[in-house]
Ligand binder design. Structure first.
Ligand code: FAD
Ligand code: PHB
Length: 391
């Protein structure tokens, strides 16, 4: 039977980052990932990194390319009622955010792990976690047609919302909190310059729209869509028309269209499980909590979990102290709930929930208030750039 100190399930950003930080601190680990390397590296998801996430990637010695290629954004704009209001993140909080795609974060981490000779198994099938309520958890999986068994001290469940780890915890040991939203986001990626040099979040009577980017030559746009929407119903021309209708005229006129290189639909949900630890199994990132993408918090929250867990594991292996491991769930959940609240609030003021005009008028009043109140804008800005870690 093979052995490691920490078995990490999932090679998304949380699994890869945890693996790299543990490795740099002399802690042996194996990462087991169900999908192929190409699939993991190609998944288009997050685009906005908080400064704390940037710093953790640098600490993981996986931030060199990010520093040279990221776009630092000092503000974002909120568009509504035909106008747009800039939220000056830097002036309001002293902080900025970085635009650098999750695909690039993942590629950099895979490269760093591979260069260090990591045991990073892609296409690991039928991963099963067992005996994690004992001091010697086991992980079984199939790789290259052979069955393997791994013995470890800890299991990190970094396997996302649909992963096996959370589902392996006995029913009744976890409490789940969930809110689904009656809509999704239809997103496209296109090699065209962005409409504006900063992100624009737009509230419109027809539904939400977001102008984002990956670089000054690659744009990422989203429009709110119905949950049962089919991609086939959205040829590029229809997407561009719908996007422009939902933006103030001046911004719509600046949208440069082109063929999409990716198009996908994502449902929106808020989801949290408690606690994040069961015996020697720890839940991390999307396996533990999901937020709607409006606040750009999911990947940042995953990184924040990793930050707490790797420090706790380092402390355990250096000193045998278990107090930080014991506090992992409480510390990570506190930050998670703050992000759940912010993402829910931002989602609720920007999206169309019903045809009820009262709701839309309320949203417009809230946005009107926000745009005239430094206190309200500061509240938005400090959540958007990421709350301090002491909180
Ligand atoms: P995941 O990325 O889901 O990784 C989990 C990994 O585990 C996957 O590779 C999966 O294949 C693997 N796995 C699953 N099951 C198994 C199994 N049984 N065995 C082995 N491996 C398994 N967040 C932000 O911070 N900012 C943003 O701007 C932002 N925008 C977003 C936009 C969209 C459209 C979406 C959908 C999400 C966005 N997010 C954003 C959220 C962010 O992408 C996620 O929070 C992030 O991917 C979580 O990382 P993770 O490693 O925890 O989970
Ligand atoms: C993205 O660029 O994919 C993106 C940006 C901001 C968000 C969500 C997604 O809030």
């Amino acid at each position: 039977m093979d052995r490691t100190q920490v078995a990490i399930i999932g090679a998304g950003p949380s699994g890869l980052l945890l693996s790299q930080l543990l490795y740099l601190n002399g802690i042996d680990n194996i990462v087991l990932e169900r999908q192929s390397r190409e699939h993991v590296a190609g998944r288009i998801r997050a685009g906005v990194l908080e400064q704390g996430t940037v710093e953790l990637l640098l600490k993981a010695k996986s931030g060199g390319r990010m520093l040279s290629e990221r776009l630092v954004h000092d503000g974002v704009s909120l568009a509504f009622a035909g106008r747009s209001v800039r939220v000056d993140l830097k002036a309001l909080t002293g902080s900025s955010v970085s635009v650098y795609g999750q695909t690039e974060v993942t590629k950099d981490l895979i490269d760093a792990r591979t260069a260090a000779g990591a045991r990073l198994m892609f296409e690991a099938a039928e991963v099963a976690v067992a005996e994690f309520d004992s001091a010697h958890p086991k992980v079984r999986y199939r790789h290259n047609g052979r069955t393997h068994e791994l013995s470890c001290d800890f299991i990190a469940g970094c396997d996302g919302y649909h992963g096996v780890c959370r589902q392996s915890i006995p029913q009744g040991a976890l409490q789940t909190f969930e809110r689904t939203y009656p809509f999704g986001w239809l997103g496209i990626l296109a090699d065209v310059p962005p409409a504006s040099h900063e992100l624009i979040y737009s509230n419109h009577a027809r539904g939400f729209a977001l102008c984002s980017m990956r670089s000054m030559t690659r744009s990422r746009y989203y429009v709110q869509c119905a949950l049962d929407e089919k991609l086939e119903a959205w040829p590029d021309a229809r997407f561009w028309d719908e996007l422009r209708v939902r933006l103030p005229d001046e911004i719509a006129a600046a949208v440069i269209t082109g063929p999409s290189i990716e198009k996908s639909i994502a449902p929106l949900r808020s989801f949290v499980v408690e606690p994040l630890r069961f015996g020697q199994l720890f839940l991390v990132g999307d396996a533990a909590h999901i937020v709607p993408p409006t606040g750009a918090k999911g990947l940042n929250l995953a990184a924040a979990d990793v930050r707490v867990l790797y420090q706790a594991l380092v402390e355990y292996y250096r000193t045998s102290r278990t107090d930080l491991l014991e506090r992992y769930s409480q510390l990570a959940l506190r930050r998670a709930w703050l992000a759940v609240r912010f993402s829910w609030w931002f989602t609720s003021i920007m999206h169309k929930f019903s045809d009820d005009p009262f709701n839309h008028r309320l949203q417009l009043a809230e946005l009107d208030y926000l745009s005239g109140s430094t206190a309200a804008l500061t509240s938005l800005a400090e959540n958007y750039v990421g709350l301090p870690f002491e909180i």
